[in-house]
Design a protein around this ligand. Sequence first.
Ligand code: IPE
Ligand code: IPE
Ligand code: MG
Length: 237
Amino acid sequence: MERQLPKHIGIIMDGNGRWAKKRGLKRWDGHKEGANVFRKICSYACDIGIKSITFYAFSTENWRRPPEEVAAIMELFREYLGEAEDRENENIRKGMQMHFIGRRDDMPEDIVSLMETAEENSKDASRIKVNIAINYGGRLEIVEAVRKIAQKVKDGEIQPEDITEDDISANLYTAGQDDPDLIIRPSGEYRLSNFLLWQSAYSEFWFSDILWPDFTTDDLDRAIDDYNNRSRRFGGV
Ligand code: IPE
Ligand code: IPE
Ligand code: MG
């Protein structure tokens, strides 16, 4: 039987710090390597025909880290987004449509502006949707959706009893996108850490001890193969 590709994959890119520590390197060396692996996996997902992929890059809780580490991660975003500023960027030519999910208000202005440029430059690309979750928190995303809906109630546009699940979905950062079929978390942690809480209601999970900088295209294939052996019932029989 031919393998079914998940339409949408979510990846929690975790384990950079431990990867660096194991090698006697600084944590940010791990983030740098992690960023390279992100580029590789993103490009491979596009090549094999995945339609949509979401990478968790920085959570709303990650601001708790030492300022030097946060600054180093922001620098890596600048580097990556600088590449995407070029309309002739290889990723855009490959067909990657970029989206950034998360709260932009608390992000450095120059990064927000680079995100907007990357989204604008890649908006006609149609092979794969690439979401990058930066300053993203699933709970905050739901809170922000609820605020928007509450405003509509206040303005008399809708009644509380008319609010549906679709209304919540339509007010999330991922509005209009399919929920993730498969969520991958390497690094030996078995938790979501506030990633796509609403959207993952019926996702399949794939955990592994591999640290993100060691993650390879073979690992992605393995996760997809395992996904193919799952039986998704969505509450039915
Ligand atoms: C993931 O790697 C990257 C971010 C959260 C930004 P970590 O930095 O969390 O790596 P570990 O978990 O400490 O190994
Ligand atoms: C989750 O990793 C966030 C990202 C990968 C961006 P963390 O390292 O922040 O998660 P916890 O703290 O182990 O739950
Ligand atoms: Mg971690």
